[in-house]
Each structure stands twice: as C-alpha cells, then as structure tokens.
Ligand binder design. Structure first.
Ligand code: PLP
Length: 389
C-alpha cells in the first residue's frame, strides 16, 4: 500500500499501510529480520543503500515507518529505541549551542530533565511559557528561538494547550513546532493535520499498547525526519528488530484499543466525579475540565488517562491503592491493563511539595491509565476501594 493511500480509514491503515505487497516469501505477517547487516544487492556496487540495524532501515523498520507516517498523515516517520530517544534525537537535530526553545509548563519528567539539564549544559536554553497566551509567547520570543515544544495532554492534570495557536505562532515566527502526542495517540489527535512540523511518541504506551517493550516514534516533515534519522544513526538509538515486530503487531489493534479506552475512561471519570469521596477529577472529556471546549474541538476522543483527588489526604489515597484489585500500581500507561500511580510519590517525587501544588499535583492525587477492561468491572473495583476508606 502506498503512503499516498490516505483515503483509507485509520483502522484500515493500521492493518495494511506499509505492508509489503506481495507479502515477502508469502508470509502474511512480516517476520523478524534478526540480522544486524544485509548483503549488498550487487557485490560490485557497494554504494547501494546499506541495510544495518543501527541505520533503522531493515524491513522491520521500514514497514513501521510507512505505517506510522500514514497514521498521522505525515510525510515521513522514524522509530527509535525509546520515547526519550525520539525526543533527544529531535531536539538535538533542531537545536544547537546558542539556540533557545519555548516549552510548555508541566512537561513529562524525562523531557523536563533533558531540556533543563542536558540541553542547558550544551548551551541550549528553554523558556517556559504558559499554555494559551500568544501575547506571552511574543514577549518571550528571541532572535535565537528556534522551536516550540508542547504535549497534547499534560501529565497528570490533563491540561490541553491552545495547540492550533502554538502551530500557527511557530509558522509565523519560523520556529519548528514539536508535539509529544503520546497521550492522545493518532486515534484521537493527528498533529500534522493541525499544522505541527513534528509529532513524537513514547511508542511504549498506546502505539504498542501491551506494556512489553520501550520504543519511540517521530512523524512529520520529510526534511526534518531525514535530519533526525541522520542524528539517530550517530546516537545509536535504533529500535531492535524484535521490538519492531512487537510494535508492528501492537499497532494493528490501536484503533479498537484506544476507542475502548476512551469509553472506559469517560465512564470512570463520570463515576468518580459523582462520588462523594472524590474531591476533583481531571479528565478533558468532563464539562468541568478547564480545557474541555478545546479538547472537544480538537480531539476525536478524550483518551484513556485521568487523575483524581481523594478526600482524606495521603493516607486515604494509599489505602485506596492498596485495596484495588484490577488496576496494577505501576508506572507507565497506555497498555491493555489499567495502571495506577500516586504522582507525588512517583513521577513527581523529585519536585518540592510547593512546586507540585503550583502545577495542581496534590499529595492525594491518583493517576489512572484506563485499560481495555469492561468499564463496569473497573467502576465496581474503584467503588469498593473507595468504600473501604
Ligand atoms: N513522553 C511521555 C508523555 C511519557 O509519558 C513518556 C514516558 O512515560 C515519555 C515521553 C518517554 O518515553 P519512554 O519511556 O518510551 O522513553
């Protein structure tokens, strides 16, 4: 199937886009090419494209590149050894010593560390800007600002920045617009359609969906993806072919998984919002969420991630977690099984309580990644865990 076959629905592209036709050796499922290197097609002309795992161009990589590009209607795509490898390769491609970038408040912790520690050591500065105030962005813009970096939905309060304004502002000022689209997945939001230059994923999460590999992805403008690919070749952060195979298999069910997760999370959010022991629910699908109208306009679904506060502080939140029977208390998200954490003790433990409070992360905030379990079973489990407070 050609990349230009964008007339197909996302669910069809998930299954068929990028697949070799006719199938290689007749294999309906592309096998794992567990070979570090590949023979030159002609022994006398070694300038033909060299296939080598680190260069991200084995058949297992290429099918993923074509499929991922089709899913987000991007010109090109690239898989990487992890989500952080994708983010690092992109930022090290777009920015150099003396450059600045604008970043949104409340970035994922790993990205925050990369930007404010590692890139800073290389002489790359970041200006933290608010989510939806172009006047603020204009004030902070400097001649050396090169990129604008946001996340589709922030963790763990699920805020949604004015994403279209970010893309438009970046275009107007010649900045590369970059978005981490992990939380939404291409089922719910396709950044390129809204003007972003590059979309990044921790493919560890929804794209793979089975919590059994770490992987990353970059989709977007072909010229930029090509430069990122060259940088990645030097950084050596290629995805292993077996992980490619698992990501390829996981991707085919992305549509059915994410739509079930959208349904489950919305049902759970509405149940929690009506529960007397819950003081606050952060879910962009709820009318009470501060960015609900924006999310409704931009997204095809509100996603599987939500967070909520339990009356009674840390002790109540910890007791609740220990009574849960279905969600596993573990980091990460986006898998078929529900996962739950208390961000103040896990992802945001490195921040001061005051800094956490400023970003809406109380000690008793619980984050839930809703899996594909039957929503009524999840709700019954949450209900019994809340009732035992
Ligand atoms: N981006 C987001 C939004 C994440 O939640 C994570 C990991 O939790 C990452 C990036 C990093 O991805 P990985 O763990 O695959 O390197």
């Amino acid at each position: 199937m050609q990349l230009t076959d964008y007339l197909y629905d996302l669910d069809t592209l998930l299954v068929h886009a990028g697949e070799p036709r006719p199938p290689m050796g007749g294999a309906v499922i592309l096998p794992v090419f567990q070979s570090a290197t590949f023979a030159y097609p002609d022994p006398c002309t070694t300038d033909a494209a060299l296939r080598y795992i680190r260069l991200n161009n084995t058949p297992n990589h290429e099918v993923l590149h074509a499929k991922l590009a089709a899913l987000e209607k991007a010109e090109a795509a690239l898989v990487t050894a992890s989500g952080m490898a994708a983010i690092a390769a992109v930022l090290l491609t777009v920015l150099g010593t003396g450059d600045r970038m604008m970043v949104q408040e409340g970035l994922y912790g790993g990205t925050h560390g990369l930007v404010h520690q590692d890139l800073k050591r290389l002489g790359i500065e970041a200006d933290v800007v608010c989510n939806d105030d172009p006047a603020d962005w204009r004030r902070r813009l400097q001649p050396t600002t090169r990129a604008f970096y946001v996340e589709t939905i922030t963790n763990p309060t699920m805020r949604v920045a004015d994403l279209e304004a970010v893309a438009a502002f970046s275009r107007e000022h010649g900045l590369v617009s970059i978005i981490d689209n992990t939380f939404a997945s291409p089922v719910n939001f396709r950044p390129v359609e809204h003007g972003f230059d590059l979309s990044l994923h921790s493919a560890t999460k929804y794209l793979n969906g089975h919590s059994d590999i770490v992987a990353g992805a970059v989709m977007g403008r072909a010229d930029l993806v090509d430069r990122v690919r060259q940088r990645l070749d030097h950084l050596g952060a290629a995805l292993d072919p077996h992980a490619c195979f698992l990501l390829h298999r996981g991707l085919k069910t992305l549509g059915v998984r994410v739509r079930q997760q959208n349904r489950g999370a919305e049902a759970v959010a509405r149940f929690l919002a009506a529960h007397p022991a819950v003081t606050r629910v952060n879910y962009p699908g709820l009318e009470s969420h501060p960015d609900h109208h924006r999310a409704r306009r931009l997204f095809e679904g509100y996603g599987g991630m939500l967070s909520f506060e339990i009356d009674g502080g840390v002790a109540a939140a910890e007791a609740f977690l220990s009574r849960l029977r279905l969600p596993v208390v573990a980091p990460s998200l986006g898998g078929v099984e529900s996962l739950v954490t208390r961000p103040a003790a896990t992802s945001h433990a490195g921040m001061s309580p005051a800094a956490r409070r400023a970003m809406g992360v109380s000690e008793s905030l619980v984050r839930l990644s809703v899996g594909i379990e039957a929503p009524r079973d999840l709700i019954a489990d949450l209900d019994q865990a809340l009732a035992g407070r």
